[in-house]
Write a protein that binds this ligand. Structure first.
Ligand code: ZN
Length: 92
């Protein structure tokens, strides 16, 4: 469990918090040498202007760019609207 936790943090370049008993600086030492290339691949996988793009910005400790911010706002509004519709259907 501990090792899985640590692996998750390394794979996702989590830069804050304690994972698998290691803090950010200790984990950074374990990041793969090819990390910049892997980061670029992940950027392609989660393009800007999508909610996953927004998540990527936040995960990397960046401020989200305007198009990602707009996409995240739209997605959360859509989720809220879906919740409201479900409530109406349930008669609440
Ligand atoms: Zn973006």
């Amino acid at each position: 469990m501990r090792a899985e936790c640590l692996q998750f943090a390394i794979d996702n370049y989590v830069t804050d918090g304690i994972y698998g008993g290691l803090g950010p600086h200790e984990r950074r030492a374990l990041w793969p040498a090819d990390m910049p290339a892997r980061r670029r691949q992940r950027a392609d996988a989660a393009p800007c202007g999508t909610e996953s793009g927004y998540t990527r910005h936040r995960r990397w400790g960046q401020a989200a760019c305007p198009s990602c911010l707009a996409a995240a706002t739209r997605a959360s509004q859509a989720r809220r609207a879906a919740r409201e519709r479900a409530k109406v259907k349930a008669g609440a």
